[in-house]
Design a protein around this ligand. Structure first.
Ligand code: URA
Length: 233
């Protein structure tokens, strides 16, 4: 019936977004476990300075060819909240910071609506660090090449909650094909960290009717983090 997730092979163990009903739960590896090839293992051992330098110099996929600069991410390196978008656009490529254009203004407004601010317990990141040309979505081989950087950022930040903004971010983190409409409204898991899927701000700028759903998702995210904090004390 085509309802099952379509799995993508990558140099990390596939982590199903939702375990089949009667399957034994598979323990997720700890966030910092180096997996995969030598490059992945090297990146998994990096601190922030090395990571910043490695991303700035990275030439491991074709996106490096047309970038002005790679965009690592911005915010509180001890954030509770990690928001992951798709990839830098033209303004982000120019300024070296994620979400500084129109979509970024909406993201800032979305954050403010739940009493959050860029940089205060919030880290903003992207699935790919270099601008895909002509605002196209990143290709799977590009997100796969960039994934070890995102994975390492998550390992260093150890956020309490991840919000995937749009399909490419969600597919990168969940390692399976998803539709945002079908994936939003429930808790997913990225290696033990709760993950919520919602619409990308750029999509919301074109589809105003879905803003109400994004608002529901943000309220769900805020509730989830509050519950986690209450349990954690
Ligand atoms: N869209 C994204 O997904 N990321 C950015 O940094 C800017 C726009």
């Amino acid at each position: 019936m085509g309802l099952a997730p379509l799995w993508r092979l990558r140099d990390r163990p596939a982590l199903p977004a939702a375990a089949p009903a009667e399957a034994e739960p598979v323990p997720a590896p700890p966030v910092d476990t180096p997996t995969g090839n030598e490059r992945t293992r090297r990146i998994a051992a990096m601190g922030w300075d090395e990571l910043r330098a490695a991303v700035a110099e990275c030439r491991d996929c074709r996106l490096c060819e047309r970038r002005k600069q790679a965009v690592l991410g911005v915010g509180d390196v001890e954030a509770d909240w990690l928001f992951v978008g798709e990839g830098p656009g033209v303004e982000e490529d120019e300024k070296g910071e994620p979400f500084v254009g129109q979509a970024g203004k909406l993201l800032d407004a979305m954050l403010a609506a739940i009493d959050l601010r860029r940089g205060r317990k919030v880290y903003i990141d992207n699935a790919v660090k270099c601008r895909p040309p002509n605002n196209r979505a990143p290709e799977p081989d590009e997100t796969a090449a960039c994934f070890p950087y995102l994975q390492r950022q998550i390992g260093l930040i150890r956020p309490k909650l991840i919000v995937a903004l749009g399909r490419p971010a969600a597919e990168t983190l969940l390692n399976c094909e998803i539709k945002v409409g079908a994936s939003r409204g429930r808790l997913h898991d990225y290696r033990g960290i709760p993950l919520i899927v919602t619409y990308h701000p750029a999509y919301l700028l074109r589809n105003l009717a879905d803003k109400a759903k994004a608002w529901e998702d943000l309220c769900f995210a805020r509730r989830t983090l509050k519950e986690l904090n209450d349990v954690g004390g």
